[in-house]
Design a binder for this molecule. Structure first.
Ligand code: GDP
Length: 335
């Protein structure tokens, strides 16, 4: 976001040279994804009212939630977190993206938030489980990848850093999903306030040992612009976000107000988010799951062994009884 609050046109207008969308990925990545298309799942988590749906709608220039009913305060007390997944297919210059946005309305509303953690964690695990199941099935070529590749975690701009809920939640999911912390409604903060809050959040993330997603450095053979973009992006974490559903006019074209450079640049990092999901989070899940599977198998074996021992003991006892009764029946009516 520029200081004037307006995004530079090249970041919002696909016709402008310098526009960075997912069609502008480095060539190698581009070719692969043209063939296959991308599947990407983004989860958004944060307290109600922080602008999650507005941001999602403005990011993807579509109203994903045209009919959502906003709950009143009384409803909120009772509410538990819900999981709402919406999928859109976007095509940009021949590159297909199947994007699923998973929203978690109701997060943080309930007095006891433990349950909302559970719902979200179960959702993430279920997607891993489904992938594991499909991967071990026969039709491995056409697996739909619904694993959560990234979680935008919305932090309030009005607090003085992370709340205990933020810390607890991020720690509960950091081994399962790539967390990208974002400061919501950053337009309500001055530049100085933004910097102060960012620093505070980063310090707290370190202090609590929260593992957030780290953007990879640009490869040394990338062009200078890309390297600079990556460097700037890395230095901007946690990102400041501003959502708007208002269409504004830019150079005679209607664009959604207040889009910002990191969003488009972020597209170029989807591949890395997918790789980290596959190589780290999914692998963790898989090995844990297999270990659990082995433990399960072991206990089944032990159980069966015990049953066999019992059976043998019973048979021995029966044989002994038969032998004894045979001996006692020596008067001889053998069958
Ligand atoms: P959600 O509950 O997190 O999905 O929040 P909403 O997207 O429904 O937004 C709640 C309110 O905040 C609405 O009135 C929005 O217009 C407003 N809002 C959303 N994003 C922003 C933003 O970036 N800046 C400001 N100032 N207001 C915003």
């Amino acid at each position: 976001l520029s200081e004037s609050g307006q995004p530079p046109a090249q970041f919002t207008n696909p016709e402008t040279p310098g526009y960075v969308g997912f069609a502008n990925l480095p060539n190698q990545v581009h070719r692969k994804s043209v063939k296959k298309g991308f599947e990407f799942t983004l989860m958004v988590v944060g307290e109600s009212g922080l602008g999650k749906s507005t941001l999602i709608n403005s990011l993807f220039l579509t109203d994903l939630y045209p009919e959502r009913i906003i709950p009143g305060a009384a409803d909120k007390i009772e509410r538990t977190v819900q999981i709402e997944a919406s999928t859109v297919e976007i095509e940009e210059r021949g590159v297909k993206l199947r994007l699923t946005v998973v929203d978690t309305p109701g997060y943080g509303d309930a007095i006891n938030c433990r349950d909302c953690f559970k719902t979200i964690i179960s959702y993430i695990d279920e997607q891993f489980e489904r992938y594991l199941h499909d991967e071990s099935g026969l039709n491995r070529r056409h697996i739909i990848d619904n694993r959560v590749h990234c979680c935008f975690y919305f932090i309030s701009p009005f607090g003085h850093g992370l709340k205990p809920l933020d810390v607890e939640f991020m720690k509960a999911i950091h081994n399962k999903v790539n967390i990208v912390p974002v400061i919501a409604k950053a337009d309500t903060l001055s530049l100085k306030e933004r910097e102060r809050l960012k620093k505070r959040i980063l310090d707290e993330i370190e202090e609590h040992g929260i593992k957030i997603y780290h953007l990879p450095d640009a490869e040394s053979d990338e062009d200078e612009d890309f390297k600079e973009q990556t460097r700037l992006l890395k230095a901007s974490i946690p990102f400041c976000v501003v959502g708007s559903n208002q269409l504004i006019e830019a150079k005679g074209k209607k664009v959604r107000g207040r889009l910002y450079p990191w969003v488009t640049t972020f597209h170029t990092h989807m591949q890395d988010l997918q790789e980290v999901t596959q190589d780290l989070h999914y692998e963790n899940f898989r090995s844990e799951r297999l270990k659990r599977g082995t433990r399960l198998n072991c206990s089944v074996l032990l159980f069966q062994l015990r049953r066999m021992q019992e059976m043998i003991a019973r048979m021995q006892a029966q044989m002994q009884m038969q032998m004894q009764s045979g001996e006692g029946d020596s008067s001889g009516h053998h069958v």
